[in-house]
Design a protein around this ligand. Structure first.
Ligand code: NLE
Ligand code: FE2
Length: 313
């Protein structure tokens, strides 16, 4: 897990203990970045690319200075970044119609995703505001899990804005703007999905540090790499599948094992450094998943008033 290196300047144990309760979106700190961000690991494809590193540092700074409630400044994507966006879009358009879940395909039509321009976060918010009331907010990299998950309870999804390195458009182990916009944002406009992801966030409000780690894995096996039953097939709803041509083709090939999600059981470790997932976790539906997660939240002692409550804000 070499990517997850705490940065001395930002990570502080004192502010992440359970004694500090997160009660509103204003308590969510998007400045605690545990990985990715601007500090590239030696095996990152951009490690020997100074221009790429500089770009990442600039966007990280922009994200860190964003304040809740203020407009998100547009990012001017370079022709090279737009070319990467185009390449991923081109690849994915061949696989998504057949292998993405129906809710995703419906929501996709609400957004202006096309070649030639990388969409802006503000534009995502315009659509989300009028559908489920969700908001995307910029973040520099991988956030502290307690803060990231708490954001979901208040219908905030933290999104990176940098582009993956052009040398490998089909798969990246880290979140990037393609992953966020194509993988995560569309489904946030679907009410049943929005409830499911919020339920994970609400559960986190009642979780101790060990349970936060468990919930992070549950999040990984659903929001990032989950699949959902549709008739006698399974379709992708996890963002890590939907945003990656390589992962999507892998999932479609049927090579990976399928297992039912059980949030009450110990969760297998999160795999991201060693290529595609070896198994995917299956839900019968988003409604079934929400119920399952809501009863898990209840087992943590989350008050009934907060369980699956879509109106908390
Ligand atoms: N592998 C995904 C992609 O290439 O889009 C990103 C996963 C981030 C958790
Ligand atoms: Fe993600």
């Amino acid at each position: 897990e070499r990517h997850i290196r705490p940065q001395a300047s930002t990570a502080s144990d004192a502010t992440t203990s359970t004694s500090q309760r997160i009660l509103s979106i204003h308590d969510v700190d998007n400045g605690q970045i545990l990985g990715f961000g601007a500090d590239l690991a030696e095996d990152h494809p951009g490690f020997h690319d100074p221009a790429y590193k500089q770009r990442r540092a600039w966007l990280a700074e922009m994200a860190k200075t964003h304040r809740i409630g203020t407009p998100i400044p547009d990012v001017e994507y370079s022709p090279a970044e737009v070319a990467t966006w185009d390449a991923v879009l081109e690849e994915l358009s061949g696989l998504l119609p057949q292998h993405a879940c129906r809710e995703y395909l419906r929501c996709l039509t609400l957004f202006d995703f096309r070649k030639g321009r990388v969409p802006q976060l503000e534009e995502m918010n315009t659509v989300l505001r009028s559908t489920t009331g969700w908001t995307v907010r910029p973040v520099a990299g991988l956030m502290h899990p307690r803060h990231f998950l708490a954001g979901l309870a208040f219908k905030h999804f933290h999104s990176t804005q940098y582009m993956r390195h052009p040398s490998k458009p089909s798969y990246t182990p880290e979140p990037d703007v393609v992953h966020e916009l194509i993988g995560h944002v569309p489904l946030l406009a679907d009410p049943a999905y929005a409830r499911l992801i919020q339920t994970i966030g609400l559960a986190s409000l009642a979780a101790d540090d060990k349970q936060i780690w468990h919930l992070t894995k549950v999040y990984w096996h659903t929001v990032e790499f989950g699949v959902v039953r549709e008739g006698d097939q399974v379709k992708a709803f996890g963002a890590g599948i939907l945003s990656s041509y390589g992962e999507l083709a892998h999932m479609a090939s049927g090579a990976a094992a399928l297992e039912r999600l059980d949030p009450f059981r110990p969760q297998p470790r999160m795999a991201y450094k060693d290529g595609f997932q070896k198994r995917y976790f299956v839900l019968d539906s988003f409604a079934e998943g929400s119920e399952l997660l809501s009863s898990y939240a209840a087992s943590l002692g989350l008050p009934e008033s907060l369980r699956g409550d879509a109106s908390v804000a």
